[in-house]
Each structure stands twice: as structure tokens, then as C-alpha cells.
Design a protein around this ligand. Sequence first.
Ligand code: UDP
Ligand code: MN
Length: 477
Amino acid sequence: MFVCICVLCVCLTAVISRNQEGPGEMGKAVLIPKDDQEKMKELFKINQFNLMASDLIALNRSLPDVRLEGCKTKVYPDELPNTSVVIVFHNEAWSTLLRTVYSVINRSPHYLLSEVILVDDASERDFLKLTLENYVKNLEVPVKIIRMEERSGLIRARLRGAAASKGQVITFLDAHCECTLGWLEPLLARIKEDRKTVVCPIIDVISDDTFEYMAGSDMTYGGFNWKLNFRWYPVPQREMDRRKGDRTLPVRTPTMAGGLFSIDRNYFEEIGTYDAGMDIWGGENLEMSFRIWQCGGSLEIVTCSHVGHVFRKATPYTFPGGTGHVINKNNRRLAEVWMDEFKDFFYIISPGVVKVDYGDVSVRKTLRENLKCKPFSWYLENIYPDSQIPRRYYSLGEIRNVETNQCLDNMGRKENEKVGIFNCHGMGGNQRLTLRHVNSNQCLDEPSEEDKMVPTMQDCSGTRSQQWLLRNMTLGA
Ligand code: UDP
Ligand code: MN
């Protein structure tokens, strides 16, 4: 008996130590020896991440527990809703796809996991066909594979996955993620508390180069710039104050990154799923963010939930129709339906976008009416007051001297410097100017003593030196 236990001990220690020492275990970086680096670079091109490193790492590798201390001891209700996990993919690598699936299965309580749904967006790789189908049959949780007949993009692929799902909640993940210990319970618990809250985990970074697992910050949240690019920004003080400094409480975020979130399945339907008129990739995350906030829901980052994602610097696949065209089309649909007059800020900085045919958005406009959604100005005022888009403004456009046909141009200069004068080019850019309301940050100020000609940009002060007379002014962009 004694011997037996002892043998077990040895075996167990052996297993544990092997697990901790294998490549990439505990989220460690995998470094490729010099001799293999040529091959590594070749393989990198296939998925725009280090496939050689990924293939060396166990499909069920161990990860560090990166949660805040206060998260580790939180207790969640027993009766949580269960979830379907929907993962869409186009030509994903085997090791990243399967590591995503294993991390879901191994780190989620099975009674909370209704199924995993893989939606294949018309991939061309052979191993993603029968080999994949046979492989997933042996997993401990039902894994369903759905195939799109033709390349449709992540939006329509997710819609298909959602329609086939049975869970009370739908959780979307990208196909190159790794879920960490305790990732699921806090997401589901928040939805149980308030079914109209759409929740995102903190997205940790899996290095595209070494597959090192690096904890994401609980001090950043989602925003966007004038070009409608999603961007991370520091969580503002007002949001820290609202949570009374407790970083384990969810952060209300103006936008979501898009790939990783959970939503109550009935609420997903009620709030209008996705805009099925959007193609391939892009814009859908802001579309959903604006829609949720404007139509009575809320969007949060649940800081006790961590899921890793391989962030890439370039896209590995083609965009039928061209990358720019597809993204412009999606962004136009989003701007036309949700942004009211504020869409002009986007159009003036990306003038090419107004030439793009964006199809018919009447169904989405009707949805907005039926749901009695609030205007975009409400969203800027209440949800995203720190937005780069000014909440109040008199006019947006160029300031042109009609005699000389020259325009005020900030020449790419920084705050408190002189503005310049340049031939009007009608392309927005550095000539897009607003006569701003006093509570925005920079205003045209009178020229300094040394230079009587050119005004400067100064913090808005409301003083007489910043008051300008509008004469013969044509309003509009
Ligand atoms: N995807 C898809 N069809 C497409 C483009 C992307 O199914 O036409 C999948 C892709 O495989 C990934 C998810 O959608 O699982 C998000 O795409 P990606 O990871 O390229 O976006 P990123 O994370 O870089 O924003
Ligand atoms: Mn991704």
C-alpha cells in the first residue's frame, strides 16, 4: 500500500513537472533556435503569427493565474445560465484553433457549457475538414461544426453560429484564444444580474511572435477615433469613482474590441443581432457597441474574467472586394444608421468613404425606430464624454478665405502652436476645423504680438481674444 501511494506520488510529480517544463507551459515564451529561424519566418506568413512556436506548445498548455487577488476569492451564484461558445474561423491554424477549444473545455465548469460551435467560413485547408470533424468527436463536450457555403465574413458566420446554438447565453470567441481559470463564471454571473448587460473579458495578449501569455490591463477600456478605428484608452477617473476604486467591479466601456463577448441569447435577438449587410470583417464591433448603449443596454468589461488572444500586426487572409472597400462599406452602414449628424466627423476625415456603395440600411433604421433608441448625442454626452468627437459644435468644415481661396490648416502642429494657411484641398485632414463650443479643449486665438498674421491654437478660455465674427459664412462641411 505504502509503495503504491509512493509510486503514484512520483508519477504525479513527474506529470506536473513535465507539464510545467514543456514549451510554452505557464504561458512562457517559446524561442526558436537559430537554425530553424528561416523555416519559422516562412511559416509565419501563413497565419501572420509564429506557427512554428504555436505547434510546439501543448494544446492544453498551462497558464498563469493573472487575476486580481480580489477576484480569486469571489463567490458566484450556483444557478448561473449556461452558454454556447461560438468560434468562427477562416483558414485558422490547427494548433491555435484546438488550443482555443481545449482551453474552453478544460477551464469551464461543464454544467455551464452547453456546447462549442465551430463555424467554418469556407476555409480552404484540408485538415479543417474531415480530420477536424473526427478529432472533435472525442472531446468531452459536444462540439458542432457548421460550414458556410461561401466565404461570408465573421459577421454572417457568427449569425449562423448563434442561430444554431442552444445555450441561454452566447459567448463569442476568436479562433486563436486561450481562456484562463475562472474566466466564465464572472461573465455569466453579470448577465444573470442584468440580462441587458453585454460583457467582455479582459483580453490578455498572446504574443504573435513567441506565444508568451501576458496579462491585459484592467485600467484600459474601449473607445474609437475619428476614423472609427477601435482603440484602447485609459479608464477615466469618473469610471474609477463610480466603482469607488474597486478594480474587481466591471468597467462600463463605450465600445468593445469585438471578438470576445457574452450576451444573453434572447437579448441578442431583441437588440437586433448583427447587421447582416456587413461583409468579412470590421465595423461590427462599433455597430454593436453604439446599438447596445443607444437602445437601453450596457456594455462592460468584467475585470475578473481573462481570456488571451493572439493579436496580429497584419491580416493573413484576403478581403474579397479589397480591404479598404469592405471596411469603408461596413463603417458607412454603421455611421448612417447610428451616428446621426456626427457621421460628418467621420466623412470629413475620410472623404473617400462617401463614394462607397453601402447598400440598403432601411431595415436597420427601422430596427432603431422600433427599439426607440436614443440619439448619438446622448451616447457621446452620457457614455463617452471623453470621446475625440466634440459633443457640441457650431459647424464642421474648412475655414476658407474666399478671396485667396486659402484655408486655415493646422499643418499637423501640436497644441498651443500657430495654425498655418494653405491652399484649400477639400480633403478634410488638417483643414477640418470646428468652431468649437467653449468646453472643448483647443480654440483659435488671436495672433501673438510677434506674428500679427496667423492665429494660434490655445486652450479654450472664453476670453475676447478667442471670439470671432462669422461673416458671409456658409455652414456645413
Ligand atoms: N474570420 C472569419 N471570416 C472572415 C474573417 C475572419 O471567420 O472572413 C474569423 C477569424 O478566423 C477569427 C475571427 O473571425 O476567428 C476574427 O478575425 P481576426 O482574428 O482576423 O480579427 P482580429 O482579431 O485581428 O481583429
Ligand atoms: Mn483575432
